[in-house]
Design a protein. Structure first.
Length: 294
């Protein structure tokens, strides 16, 4: 799978963090595991320099490359950051041919668990979706967000390594449910009607875990009947990240949200880890429990 569409970008006005970044994970960076493929390694950020590199990469991808409109503070700092960074774990992909420090960071994913969300006053996704049903689920839940990779690294090996890192994190922290915002390019729902309709008709979450777009931000997804959709063709044309979630047995919430700042239309993706297919579970479990991948 390719990997170029961010799971979630920034709020319309990115707030500035007032405290130094902290790493919320209770474990060492993916415990004592080494997850590598070729020159690429995936691990959790452990230093302020690591997190700064992730923020810098996000700015380069979201603002400089994808054309999002930065706030004055983001434009000045050339960092994509907000207070949620201070309560998150930051999964990093490093290419050691570029060095061993911050210059090696070529991919990132932001991970927020319940404790972190409590410190931040809630999950980031709640800015767009009502996630009360997700928060009510028993066990640990994980918000995935701010995902991006540098130009030249949107490749199958990079994406697979990121997912292996997430799998390791899920196992270590006993995550029962993952969720986050995923983006379709463009903010014209009519132009996206077949993709939105496909997701609505084929992958709508069960009622018990169905997030819903906030009423004031709600955009209808059911704009095309199921009979009018060439499901195979539309599924193949979905953004790679959304396809990745669906391959893990994921769902989408009810309704979409248009983000004019980033020229995207967002859906809420939800994955119950117990429903991840046996193929993916077995594929990642071996490596996520400490096997080095070469």
């Amino acid at each position: 799978m390719g990997f170029s569409i961010p799971t979630r970008t920034a709020r319309s006005e990115t707030a500035q963090a007032e405290t130094a970044p902290v790493v919320m994970s209770g474990a060492a960076p993916l415990a004592d595991q080494t997850l590598v493929t070729g020159s690429l390694e995936v691990r959790i950020a452990t230093t302020e320099e690591d997190i700064h590199a992730a923020k810098r990469l996000r700015y380069q991808v979201f603002y400089e490359e994808m054309g999002a409109i930065p706030s004055p503070a983001a434009r000045a700092s050339r960092l994509d950051e907000d207070p949620f960074d201070d309560v998150a774990d930051h999964l990093l992909v490093l290419d050691h041919t570029r060095g061993n420090g911050s210059e090696a960071v070529v991919g990132t994913y932001r991970l927020i668990r319940r404790d972190g969300a409590a410190l931040a006053g809630g999950f980031y996704t709640a800015d767009e979706f009502d996630i009360a049903k997700l928060e009510a689920q028993p066990g640990e839940i994980l918000e995935l967000g701010r995902s991006c990779t540098a130009d030249g690294y949107r490749t199958r090996p990079t994406m697979q390594l990121l997912w292996k890192g997430i799998a390791a994190y899920v196992f270590q922290n006993d995550i029962s449910l993952m969720f986050g915002c995923a983006s379709l390019p463009g903010n014209d729902a009519a132009a996206l009607r077949t993709q939105l309709g496909y997701l609505h008709h084929n992958h709508l979450a069960p009622e018990r875990i169905r997030a819903a777009a906030l009423p004031e931000r709600y955009t209808e997804m059911n704009l095309v009947s199921a009979e009018e959709i060439d499901a195979r063709r539309v599924a193949a044309a979905l953004p790679p990240l959304i396809k990745g979630y669906l391959r893990l047995g994921g769902y989408v919430g009810h309704g979409a949200v248009v983000d004019h700042q980033f020229n995207t239309t967002d859906v809420c993706v939800i994955v119950e880890t117990s429903n991840v297919s046996d193929k993916y579970y077995k594929h990642y479990e071996r490596e996520a429990r400490g096997v080095v991948i070469q």
